[in-house]
Design a protein around this ligand. Structure first.
Ligand SMILES: Cc1cc2nc3c(=O)[nH]c(=O)nc-3n(C[C@H](O)[C@H](O)[C@H](O)COP(=O)(O)OP(=O)(O)OC[C@H]3O[C@@H](n4cnc5c(N)ncnc54)[C@H](O)[C@@H]3O)c2cc1C
Length: 494
């Protein structure tokens, strides 16, 4: 129930997901009046983990014309970026830090666009607890700075869980200065010199290797994972496809693998086939039999990920050059043990399909296994409190939290909350493809519309990709300021 006619929202987490949904709620509420508070420790909402990097080597892994913050304005980011750097084309893979600047601009724009009856504010701390009040109408958000904010609705937007730093390591190793559990932590790579072992060979490992090379690291970089598979690259000559194919009729791992192998309807181009499949991914995942989803996670997820999340062509070239120059090596195998010795860490490695063991000596070991996926092992204060209080329950396969199709979180009793909602990577177990901007921006629009429908049921329903995602006044301001004619492309699916 709103207080004094003003509806109060707290968005926990101010990365791309939290910022976009907060902006969308503020715009959509229009002259109804709302107070939106984004709780996040960052200086300004928007960048989150992915776009807070200061490394120019870190590029988006999606072409500029697909990175708009607004599903209904496909050329928005590309046009904005060209105002900064005329060399950014529609199909360029722009620096991630530039994208972070863009998201901060979207945030400022949303604050300026808020009508006088509304406010969009940032509280620079972390949330420690989210507790529904007894009356069922209010939610208390406890903050790590000791404060508390009450809200009518809370959106959980905490993004990816931090990496499982130290998992499987002896306690002495996990606390060693030579072991870096989270390469995304600001300053994490500052003291790394000499030779390095990266645990993982995915996009996090690639980013870390490029950042180390940029810093002039002397020694070789080795990367190891169970399969030793690197992400595939985007094709330099062909833009990714935006259109949706017909939804696949089969809900089996076999049909997804066939998709990867190339569909004859798409001239056997697996990249195009995957891109065309994406708009259906959440629905296919939701309706896949449990046994098939389990099979996918056990046998196919790794292969899916390296084809689905591809390197920019420039990044693939740099990686190829580093490998050719023996500055980077990638191997398949398992780590069997670590030992810290003066000046180094000795790591025992068993190569894949080999009984033999090898001991390598490196100055640092960096955990590049990516975000922790299992919510019950999150080790995060807020997530642990939410689970312990029964406010949320783990999602399918312990991936993220359980949510209804509209994003309402489902509590320990299996009841969808009318007050607490979620967006982004936390929906992983339910939607699978829920981490990239393309999915997040659509979720932001449909969640804001859903919240308005809950609070003001007389409102007509609005589709996620509707042209009126923002009030026309804000749209006009943005259009005048940013978008040049001709950059929008018709028939694009977000
Ligand atoms: C390295 C990397 C590169 C990527 N590149 C691309 C790309 O090129 N294109 C693309 O489409 N997608 C990309 N992605 C996907 C990316 O996850 C999404 O684009 C998006 O950034 C996710 O945003 P988020 O807000 O959900 O999560 P996050 O970015 O993780 O942000 C979550 C925020 O919540 C805050 N938070 C967490 N817990 C609390 C708490 N208790 N209280 C308050 N705040 C809290 C965190 O501090 C953080 O600021 C990339 C992801 C990564 C990790």
């Amino acid at each position: 129930m709103s207080v004094g006619g003003v509806t109060r929202f707290v968005v926990v987490g101010g990365g791309c997901s939290g910022m976009l949904v907060a902006a969308e709620i503020t715009a959509r509420w229009g002259d109804r009046g709302c107070e939106v508070v984004v709780v996040d420790p960052a200086e300004t909402p928007g960048r989150g983990v992915a776009y807070a990097t200061s490394s120019p080597s870190h590029l988006l892994n999606v072409p500029a014309d697909q990175m708009s913050a607004h599903p209904d304005r496909p050329g928005h980011f590309a046009a904005w970026a060209r105002r900064r750097d005329a060399g950014v084309g529609n199909h360029s893979f722009a620096p991630r830090m530039l994208y972070g600047d863009y998201l901060e601009d979207v945030w400022r724009e949303a604050q300026q666009g808020a009508l006088s009856v509304s406010s969009l504010a940032h509280r620079r701390t972390r949330a420690a607890s989210v507790t529904p009040a007894q009356d069922g109408n209010t939610v208390h958000v406890g903050l790590e700075d000791g404060g508390c904010v009450d809200a009518d609705y809370v959106v959980l937007a905490m993004g990816n869980l931090p990496p499982r730093a130290g998992a499987g390591l002896a306690p002495a190793m996990a606390t060693s200065a030579r072991y870096i559990g989270d390469p995304w932590r600001p300053g994490a790579l500052d003291d790394v010199t000499g030779s390095v072992l990266l645990i993982g060979t995915g996009l996090t490992a690639i980013d870390t290797a490029l950042a180390l090379v940029e810093r002039g690291i002397a020694g070789p970089i080795r990367a190891i994972s169970r399969h030793g598979l690197l992400p595939r690259a985007h094709r330099p000559d062909a833009p990714a496809v935006h259109t949706a194919a017909a939804a696949p009729s089969e809900r089996t791992v076999r049909s997804l693998i066939a998709l990867l192998r190339g569909n004859p309807d798409t001239s056997g181009d697996w990249r195009r086939a995957i891109d065309e499949f994406r708009p259906h991914a959440a629905e296919v995942w939701r309706t896949m039999p449990e046994v098939e989803r389990r099979r996918f996670l056990r046998h196919a997820a790794r292969f899916w990920e390296i084809h689905r999340h591809r390197m920019a062509p420039e990044v693939a070239d740099r990686v190829g050059n580093l490998i050719a120059a023996s500055r980077l090596s990638v191997r398949a195998g398992a780590i069997e043990g670590y030992r810290e010795v003066p000046g180094a860490i000795e790591v025992v490695i068993r190569r894949r399909r080999s009984a033999g063991r090898e001991v390598i000596s490196v100055s640092h070991v960096i955990n590049c296994t990516g975000p922790q996926l299992r919510v019950s092992e999150a080790g995060d204060r807020l997530v642990d409190n939410l689970l312990a209080g029964g406010v949320v329950r783990p999602g399918p396969f312990d991936l993220g939290i359980d949510v209804a199709e509209d994003g309402a979180v489902i509590d320990a009793q299996g009841v969808p909350s009318p007050r607490i909602w979620s967006i982004g990577p936390l929906r992983r177990g339910v939607e699978w493809e829920t981490t990239a901007v393309r999915e997040i921006r659509s979720q932001a629009v449909s969640l804001a519309a859903r919240l308005l429908a809950v609070e003001a049921p007389e409102q007509p329903p609005v589709r996620a990709d509707a042209q009126d995602a923002l009030p026309s006044r804000v749209l006009t301001t943005i259009a005048n300021a940013i978008v040049s004619p001709g950059v929008e492309r018709a028939g694009v699916v977000s």
